[in-house]
Design a protein around this ligand. Structure first.
Ligand SMILES: NC(=O)c1ccc[n+]([C@@H]2O[C@H](COP(=O)([O-])OP(=O)(O)OC[C@H]3O[C@@H](n4cnc5c(N)ncnc54)[C@H](OP(=O)(O)O)[C@@H]3O)[C@@H](O)[C@H]2O)c1
Length: 253
């Protein structure tokens, strides 16, 4: 259960090697998260994050294997985690791939991979997690979406559309869980300097993993359903949505 101050004490991360997840976890452990389950693909990176969280004060950190495209195994993996750990206060969906935008625009295999990870993987694992949160009657599912899905840009429309799909899915799931005691929080970061964006030219309002983590933790504490990081992007993207198509197409990037 969340502690008396509303901070999660147990956290499951899907995409446990994500840099954004790691920054968020540092803050959650500092606020008394004691059990962390890191599910991901890269055992070395998971081990590194686990070691850091233990030094910061986590009592139990478990790592396990999770592949977003292996949707047939998602239900049993999630059942196993909830079965062994009991109630989980926060499930963070942090996995995602940018793909190779220029390639994916014309390559069916690459494009399908991006959609499989970002959209189909989120839907499959999201439904599995939601069932447990509904049954336990509390807990938060938090999904890292992106501003790229708010108005899909020509330069990365495969990634952007996969994020638009997962974002819409989690918004719908929030309504579906209304009244159950479970929450769904969607986070829309802008450009963040992490492994995913290494080598890319920072977009306007670019931010850091630490700043996103701060917005996320504040959002959890204040009970927001939709977290923009940085917050100014809420207004920037509202304006971008209103731009005429001809102007939107000419935006740089
Ligand atoms: N960085 C940004 O500018 C930005 C902006 C908006 C939204 N986001 C979103 O934030 C989330 C975290 O991104 P990040 O910036 O922290 O980048 P990151 O460090 O590259 O994290 C991406 C995570 O996704 C995992 N992943 C990729 N494909 C997977 C698959 N097929 N199965 C399971 N896991 C898979 C990666 O695992 P491996 O370590 O095994 O590769 C890694 O844990 C993503 O959903 C991303 O779309 C990022």
């Amino acid at each position: 259960m969340n502690d008396a101050l509303g901070a999660p004490q147990s956290v499951l991360v899907l995409g446990g090697s994500s840099e954004l997840a790691r920054a968020i976890l540092r803050r959650l452990v500092a606020r008394r998260a004691r059990t962390v389950i890191l599910a991901g693909r890269d055992p070395e990176r998971l081990k590194e994050t686990a070691a850091e969280l233990l030094t910061l004060g986590a009592e139990t950190v478990e790592t396990l294997s999770f592949e977003a495209t292996e949707t047939a195994g998602h239900q049993s993996l999630i059942d196993d985690v909830f079965g062994r750990h009991g109630d989980i206060d926060l499930v963070l969906f942090a996995f995602g791939t940018l793909g190779v935008p220029e390639r994916d625009a014309t390559d069916a295999t690459g494009a399908a991979e991006v959609a499989a990870v970002n959209f189909a993987g989120s839907v499959s694992a999201g439904i599995a997690v939601a069932g447990h949160l509904r049954r336990q009657g509390h807990g938060t599912l938090m999904a890292l979406s992106s501003v790229a899905g708010v108005r899909v840009r020509p330069s990365n429309f495969v990634y952007g559309s996969s994020k638009a799909g997962m974002d819409a899915f989690f918004q719908g799931l929030r309504h579906h869980l209304e009244g159950s005691g479970a929450r769904v929080v969607v986070v829309r970061p802008g450009f963040v300097a992490t492994r995913m964006t290494a080598g890319l030219k920072p977009a306007p309002f670019a931010t850091t993993a630490e700043d996103v983590a701060e917005c996320v933790v504040r959002g959890l504490e204040t009970g927001e359903d939709l977290v923009w990081a940085p917050p100014v992007l809420r207004w920037v993207m509202a304006a971008v949505k209103l731009l005429p198509t001809a102007v939107f197409r000419r935006l740089p990037g």
